[in-house]
Design a protein around this ligand. Structure first.
Ligand code: HMG
Length: 429
């Protein structure tokens, strides 16, 4: 049975910061951000755009743009590391906002940036083993990446959601059931304690962990393959990676190339020119969206996939590798095939017109958003107004009342809260 991606869509927050402005404000050479990290802009979520609104907006686009019946969704998973509640999953808000059927299997997954890829693998297995009974899985990767102001990680922030429908009608991409390698190791490279709105990161160590995990997952994939030669780099027309910042994908491809070549290739080596050529052919062309959005954690790999799908004539591009990395850490390397004719969906997939319509923030406006976002989540708020934040989206987070998150158009809250007034924390026990 063929299983893979039938529909895909991206939703970005409506505002961004220009990284040259950020560099100037921090007294840093702009080339460090634009050339050293390969990032040009970062998407910034206002207080009315949270993981739920990003996920719902991306999911609606994926279903509408590909004309998929909402009643066909039998599994809904949101992969995220920026959940809105320690207990209640983002997925259940998405379920209500989309009006999905009650017998939909709905949950949230977390393993840093690997959370959504884990859900994609589960959805594949669910369909391949015949349990889906004709239904489809909706997987949403939604996150807001935040580091402290002035932190080295600050220029690698971003926000957004990628929604994918996985089914036995893989009009866009088909997964190879034979090749998927995994790697897990407990490392303290990046984490966000329950009490913190921002990530703690050991930046340079996280790069080392990412590259070690790539080697581990690739070795496992090749070890499991019946004919490993079929998955060597010369058989791959594109290699896409988790993209915390665009330059990381260049480092990843370099390591992938070295493992494949069976030799260490440093920048002075004659073979380094081959690494650069290979990167320019197989990875570089699919990083332009990541460079103007930033790190979207769980969705970063899939944003690079969207870039590939919106540009490639499917005849020229067939076999691709996908590397997912989640700090902490877990990783996977798998192979997939572009479906012949997938180029007819290029227009539906392309998020560039929407990205071009985003509004630029000054550094003062951005810092104000960071301060306000920090103070949220500790109790009730005033009701937010879309006009105050210059937002056009119809589905927004309105603030908290009685410790309940409220969204435009959603009847959030148990009847008791609506009829009998405020709940206290102890009411739950
Ligand atoms: P840093 O120490 O500020 O930067 O932190 P640097 O000094 O390492 O410089 C970065 C690059 O810019 C270097 O290039 C410099 O040479 C270059 P490289 O040597 O690496 O090729 N550079 C310049 N280039 C041109 N002109 C200049 C100039 N100056 C310097 N004037 C770091 C960089 C990435 C560590 C930091 O931004 C950070 O901590 N980021 C967050 C962590 C991260 O993204 N880690 C990536 C791997 S872990 C991962 O992907 C998981 C993650 O997504 C989380 C999850 O799983 O949930 C983060």
């Amino acid at each position: 049975m063929k299983v893979g991606i039938e529909a895909i869509a991206f939703h970005s927050p409506e505002h961004y910061v220009e990284l040259t402005d950020l560099a100037e404000a921090r007294g840093i050479d702009p080339d460090k951000f634009t050339k050293g990290l390969g990032q040009l802009k970062m998407a910034v979520a206002t207080p009315m755009e949270d993981t739920v609104t990003l996920a719902v907006n991306a999911a609606r686009k994926a279903l509408e743009n590909f004309d998929i019946d909402y009643d066909d969704i039998g599994t809904l998973v949101v992969g995220t590391e920026s959940g809105v509640d320690h207990s209640k999953p983002v997925a259940v808000y998405v379920h209500e906002a989309l009006g999905l059927r009650p017998n939909c299997h709905t949950y949230e997954t977390k393993h840093a940036c690997f959370g959504a890829m884990a859900a994609v693998f589960s959805a594949n297995d669910w369909i391949a083993c015949g349990r889906a009974d004709g239904s489809k899985a909706l997987i949403v990767a939604a996150d807001i990446a935040r580091y402290p102001i002035g932190d080295p990680g600050e220029p690698t922030q971003g926000a957004g959601a990628v929604a994918m429908v996985i089914s036995d009608t893989p009009n866009l991409l088909q997964f190879d059931s034979e090749i998927s390698g995994y790697y897990t190791k407990q490392v303290m490279d990046f984490w966000r304690p329950l009490y913190s709105t921002k990530a703690f990161v050991d930046g340079h160590y996280s790069i080392e962990c990412y590259l070690n995990a790539l080697e581990g997952a690739l070795a496992d994939a090749l070890h499991k393959a019946t004919i490993p030669e079929l998955y060597r780099m010369n058989q791959l027309q594109a290699c896409i990676y988790h993209v915390p910042f665009a330059k990381m994908a260049a480092k990843a491809h370099h390591r992938h190339f070295e493992v494949d070549a069976g030799e260490k290739i440093d920048k002075e080596s004659q073979r380094f020119a081959d690494v650069r050529t290979s990167f320019a052919e197989k990875t570089g062309p699919w990083l332009s969206l990541n460079a103007i959005v930033g790190n979207i954690y769980t969705g970063s790999l899939f944003l690079s996939l969207i870039d590939l799908l919106r540009r490639s004539p499917s005849a020229a591009l067939r076999q691709i590798s996908m590397f997912s990395y989640g700090s902490g850490c877990a990783a996977s390397m798998n192979v997939a095939y572009l479906t012949p004719g997938c180029d007819r969906f290029r227009q539906q997939i392309d998020p560039e017109p929407e990205l071009n319509a985003r509004r630029k923030l000054s550094i003062d406006q951005y810092e104000n958003i960071m301060r306000i976002s920090d103070s949220l989540g500790r109790g009730d708020t005033q009701e937010f107004l879309a006009s105050e934040w210059d937002l056009t989206s119809e589905f927004l987070y309105l603030g908290n009342k009685n410790h309940i998150r409220r969204y435009s158009g959603l009847e959030c809250g148990p009847p008791a809260a609506r009829e009998y007034g405020p709940l206290s924390a102890s009411t739950h026990h």
